[in-house]
Each structure stands twice: as structure tokens, then as C-alpha cells.
Design a protein around this ligand. Structure first.
Ligand SMILES: Cc1cc2nc3c(=O)[nH]c(=O)nc-3n(C[C@H](O)[C@H](O)[C@H](O)COP(=O)(O)O)c2cc1C
Length: 189
């Protein structure tokens, strides 16, 4: 059992959700973090929205969900505002595509643009088919990101949704939750 301390000032995180079948688990992660007193602002990629409804995150986070780079109600785009505001950017699940874009500085949607605009720590929880995870292209992208200081949680080894066994399953929401609280220094290891 780990001790969780209440934050003196509300911690704000940006939670990127990408187009992995594990996207539904990000709802559990959001719920846990909100209960712990973290302000969670979700950014969903277009592929994530095919798998989970933005309204799920709107309700669980009690915050607007960024779903589109071009839907800008304010003078300052939401993804840039959030990049400045968030103490931590967490991407869970992180697809092979998302990791590749991060490694190579591609900014073609709200999440990848937020990543480049964010100056604080970044945490990813990769999730993909084991063959994808073991592909040299993915491994080399992850090496680039690790060298850049990006924190990795998982992936785990086990049975994945596509029916294969191996490494690539997203870390359990509970494990990502504890990693986030530790990164925010809300929890003693
Ligand atoms: C049902 C389904 C499940 C998918 N699951 C994964 C996955 O777990 N990991 C992954 O890297 N790609 C997965 N993909 C492929 C991605 O959705 C695809 O590469 C997409 O372009 C990712 O876009 P994003 O990174 O902007 O979210 C899946 C696709 C489908 C149709």
C-alpha cells in the first residue's frame, strides 16, 4: 500500500489518448486520477475517437476534451494552452504511430503539437501488437524518446487483444496511475 498525499496546489496533467484498442483503459486511469485530486485534461487523436467516445472522458474528467486541432473557441489554441498549463503530459495508450511522430517531431494533430509545445516531463504507456512492439522501427523510436528523457511505463508481456502472446500490452491503469502520482510527487515510492 502506497501513501498518497493530497496536493497542496491542484496538479494539472494532459492525458493523450491514441488509437489503440487499450484506449478504453484510459477511462479508468482518468477516473482514478480525478479521484486523487488531479485535474485531467484529455486530448484524443482521431483514431482514439473511433474506439472510445470523447463524452466518456468529458464526464470522467469534468473538463473539456480536445478532439480537433482546428476547433478553437479561444484566441490561444487549446493544445498550446494545455501544453503550458500541464505539469506532466501522459500518453496512455501510446500507439506505434504516436511514438514515431514524437520521435521525429511530426506535429499534425492536437496531441503531437501539444507534445512539442510542452516543456515539462512526458510519460508514455505504449500499447500494440507484439510484432509491432518488437519491430526495429518502433524500438529505435523508443530509444530516441528514452534518450530524450521520456518516461516509459510498460508495456507488459501477456495476451493482447489481437490474440497473440508477447510484449506490447499496455501497463495496467493502476500502475500508470501510481507512476503519474510519483512523477507529480504526490506519492512516496
Ligand atoms: C481496432 C484497432 C485497434 C488498434 N490497436 C492498435 C494498438 O493497440 N496499437 C497501435 O499502435 N495501433 C493500433 N491500431 C492502429 C492505429 O489505430 C493506427 O496506426 C492509427 O493511425 C493510430 O493513430 P494515432 O496514433 O493518431 O492515434 C489499431 C487499429 C484498429 C482498427
Amino acid at each position: 500500500m502506497k501513501a498518497t498525499s493530497s496536493p497542496s496546489k491542484t496538479s494539472v496533467i494532459a492525458l493523450g489518448v491514441t488509437g489503440s484498442i487499450a484506449a478504453y483503459k484510459a477511462a479508468d486511469l482518468t477516473s482514478r486520477l480525478v479521484k486523487a485530486g488531479v485535474e485531467v485534461h484529455v486530448i484524443m487523436t482521431a483514431a482514439a475517437q473511433k474506439l472510445v467516445c470523447p463524452h466518456t472522458f468529458l464526464t470522467l474528467s469534468r473538463q473539456p476534451v480536445i478532439t480537433d486541432l482546428w476547433n478553437v473557441p479561444d484566441w490561444r489554441p487549446g493544445h498550446v494552452e494545455l501544453a503550458h498549463q500541464a505539469q506532466l503530459l501522459v500518453i496512455a495508450p501510446a500507439t506505434a504511430n504516436c511514438l514515431a511522430k514524437m520521435a521525429h517531431g511530426i506535429a499534425d494533430d492536437a496531441l503531437s503539437t501539444c507534445y512539442l509545445a510542452h516543456r515539462g516531463p512526458v510519460m508514455v504507456a505504449p500499447a500494440m501488437n507484439p510484432n509491432m512492439w518488437m519491430h526495429p522501427a518502433v524500438q529505435e523510436n523508443c530509444d530516441i524518446l528514452r534518450k530524450r528523457g521520456v518516461l516509459f511505463v510498460g508495456p507488459e508481456t501477456g495476451h493482447v487483444a489481437c490474440g497473440q502472446d508477447g510484449a506490447g500490452r499496455m501497463a495496467a491503469p493502476e500502475d500508470i496511475y501510481h507512476a503519474v502520482l510519483q512523477a507529480l510527487e504526490m506519492e512516496r515510492a
